[in-house]
Design a protein around this ligand. Structure first.
Ligand SMILES: Cc1cc2nc3c(=O)[nH]c(=O)nc-3n(C[C@H](O)[C@H](O)[C@H](O)COP(=O)(O)OP(=O)(O)OC[C@H]3O[C@@H](n4cnc5c(N)ncnc54)[C@H](O)[C@@H]3O)c2cc1C
Ligand code: SF4
Length: 489
């Protein structure tokens, strides 16, 4: 622990962001990290190096947080990088988009503001690139075993880096024209720029990972052929079937799934082929249906298009501002969160029932019929139910609506059907120690768990890589998650 009094001397501080009115003019990242200077060392010095660092457990990949905080405080950046990169393949992604469950588990957070762990992580990785010690993870020797990874989101990429470093010949197949999964076609560029993804993918390619794009396995390429050509196959295709809203008027022009809008905007922001008819929110009254992070990304993107108004509606009640008693520290609490996209302008409403999309004579959306609702306290063992508030029905202007109500499960046809992969009750891929019902075929990430978080998928990829390595070699030397090492020590 570098500075025993750090947490008493310095308050929590984050780098400034560009003003909302400025940043919505483009799709660029807007956090001014490089202007933060040595304040980052002060922030790291707030870490108390607690006897039991709960942040470890809060972090799904078990990042060794107090140790890298201490190194940053001492200005020992390469040491900080070595600690961070020993558990996290992609701090450049998590340092930008992780909701930081580590921070809600930080011991200092019990009665003060927690350490700015996520931002410290981002600063470490950016320095590592700038100072040249973010390097390709090359293997010492090659095993002669071939692994196919189908899907290039964070789960597929982390497994690829791990398995390549263990010496296997890894080929990542991706149906899109570029790799990255939702990191690239989903999360907006203003949160995670495409250059940050490219920079890492280039290092991975230099380390020996093969990337094959425009390869839709199970559609363009037979999945059985892949299975025959490789010693192990890993399925990391994500959870891509969106939840629909089958209410009257769903077929009107102007009603889209959030991902149609967001993925297209990633293409637009980078000057790539849009692939589908243009969806542009400029000059439109936009309503985003769904109060989560995907909805928030639609808000930020609509504001960048110059929407006339942006409204976000959510069926669930307004979350509490403070931790509820049933979600005590160190749990990640379900509280009201205001994203950077919300800061840019948005009307938010909770307890809203969406009843009908209303169109004009040309079949174009012009309004959304909504009503207020109240949630009833459920009887023990029963699901919560709601009732519409009589007389609250009204129409709000809506020329474009985005459905952002989550994802159901992976696409069951194509690769999963061709390989006859067993699914669980929720439609996700069923596994035992990451192996599916087919010998040598593994699954990880959202395809296995349902829609989750980037950091959870990195963990999935790392843990699955251990299972694949053991399957191929009879044992594995790939790093285990830090907390499991601590428990077994
Ligand atoms: C709009 C949006 C915003 C989000 N924002 C955040 C955030 O800010 N922070 C956060 O932590 N999480 C966020 N998430 C969640 C996070 O992005 C996902 O949990 C994560 O990307 C899932 O990773 P994955 O590797 O399992 O799959 P994905 O990232 O979904 O990647 C799967 C890849 O597999 C490819 N593929 C599928 N089938 C095939 C096939 N048959 N052949 C070849 N390729 C195939 C797909 O094209 C895709 O590229 C967000 C999700 C969405 C939708
Ligand atoms: S990856 Fe996420 S949870 Fe883990 S230390 Fe970084 S910000 Fe925290």
């Amino acid at each position: 622990m570098g500075k025993p009094t750090g947490f008493m001397e310095f308050g929590r501080e984050l780098p400034k962001k560009k003003d909302p009115s400025v940043r919505i003019q483009d799709n660029k990242e807007f956090v001014l990290n490089e202007e933060f200077g040595d304040k980052i060392n002060q922030q790291a010095s707030r870490c108390m190096d607690c006897g039991v660092p709960f942040c470890h457990n809060g972090c799904p990949i078990g990042n060794i947080i107090p140790e890298f905080n201490d190194a940053v405080y001492r200005d020992s950046w390469e040491e900080a990088w070595n600690i961070l990169s020993s558990t996290n393949n992609f701090p450049e992604f998590t340092g930008r988009v992780c909701p930081a469950p580590c921070e809600t588990a930080c011991v200092l957070g019990i009665n003060q503001d927690p350490i700015t762990i996520c931002n410290i992580e981002k600063t470490i990785v950016e320095r590592a690139y700038k100072e040249g010690y973010a390097k390709p993870k090359k293997p010492r020797s090659r095993s002669g075993k071939k692994v196919a990874i189908i899907g290039s989101g964070p789960a597929g990429l982390s497994a690829a880096e791990q398995l390549n470093s263990a010496g296997h010949d890894v080929t990542v197949f991706e149906r899109d024209e570029k790799v990255g999964g939702l990191l690239r076609f989903g999360i907006p560029d203003f949160k995670l720029s495409t250059a940050v993804i490219d920079r890492k993918v280039e290092l991975m390619a230099e380390a020996g990972v093969n990337f094959v794009t425009n390869a839709h396995i199970g559609v363009d390429v037979n999945a059985e052929q892949i299975r025959q050509d490789f010693d192990a196959v890993l399925l990391t295709g994500g959870s891509t079937v969106p939840r629909d809203l089958p209410i009257p008027g769903r077929e009107l022009n102007g009603v889209y799934f959030a991902m149609q809008f967001l993925a297209q905007n990633n293409r637009r922001a980078n000057g790539w082929d849009l692939k589908t008819d243009e969806i542009h929110a400029g000059g439109k009254d936009v309503v985003v249906i769904g109060g989560g992070d995907t909805g928030s990304d639609c808000v930020g993107t609509s504001n960048r298009h110059g929407a006339t108004s942006v409204t976000q509606v959510e069926i669930m009640p307004t979350p509490p501002e403070d931790r509820p008693a049933n979600q005590p520290w160190p749990h990640y609490p379900m509280i009201l969160r205001t994203s950077t996209s919300h800061e840019e302008g948005c009307d938010r409403h909770w307890n809203i029932l969406t009843k009908e999309f209303i169109g004009d004579e040309n079949g174009n959306l012009k309004a959304l019929r909504i009503a207020d609702l109240v949630w009833k306290t459920p009887k023990p063992g029963e699901r919560p139910v709601f009732e519409e508030v009589i007389g609250s029905e009204r129409d709000i202007p809506c020329e474009m609506a985005f459905l952002a109500m989550g994802f159901l499960h992976p696409e069951p046809h194509g690769v999963l059907a061709q390989l006859d992969i067993k699914l669980d009750d929720r439609g996700n891929v069923a596994t035992e120690n990451f192996m599916t019902n087919q010998k040598g075929v593994f699954a990880a990430g959202d395809m296995r768990t349902g829609q989750s978080l980037v950091v959870r998928c990195i963990n999935e990829g790392r843990e699955c890589a251990r299972a694949v390595d053991s399957f191929l070699m009879g044992e594995t030397n790939l790093e285990a998650k830090a907390d499991s090492l601590m428990l077994s020590a």
